[in-house]
Design a protein around this ligand. Structure first.
Ligand code: ZN
Length: 101
């Protein structure tokens, strides 16, 4: 198995319809084949204190809610890189992880 891993059906009722897909259906600003999800979590798989570049690699998990039974489940897991913001504040370097929207 390789990334991205997609879970196309609700694990409970096997419906493919989710709250977010339902809500985005017919939304002209979103491409028809674009992947949409209700919320996302990003888990870095690199040591953020030892980064050399401006990005950190991690696992992006998409979650959505089944529109039939209300089950919240992972719809997609992918490996991605997100920018690391480096801010200088009173001499300290602060790194903020900002997951993509
Ligand atoms: Zn369901």
């Amino acid at each position: 198995m390789s990334f991205p891993i997609e879970f196309k059906k609700c694990p409970v009722c096997h419906s493919q319809e989710t709250v977010c897909r339902l809500a985005c259906d017919g939304e002209s600003s979103i491409a028809k084949d674009a992947f949409v999800s209700l919320d996302k979590t990003f888990t870095p798989i690199q040591d953020v204190t030892r980064l050399l570049g401006p990005v950190v690699k991690g696992i992006l998990c998409h979650f959505d809610v089944c529109s039939k039974c209300g089950m919240r489940y992972c719809t997609r897991a992918e490996i991605t890189s997100v920018p690391v913001n480096v801010q200088h504040s009173s001499g300290n370097v602060i790194r903020n992880l900002q997951p993509p929207r």
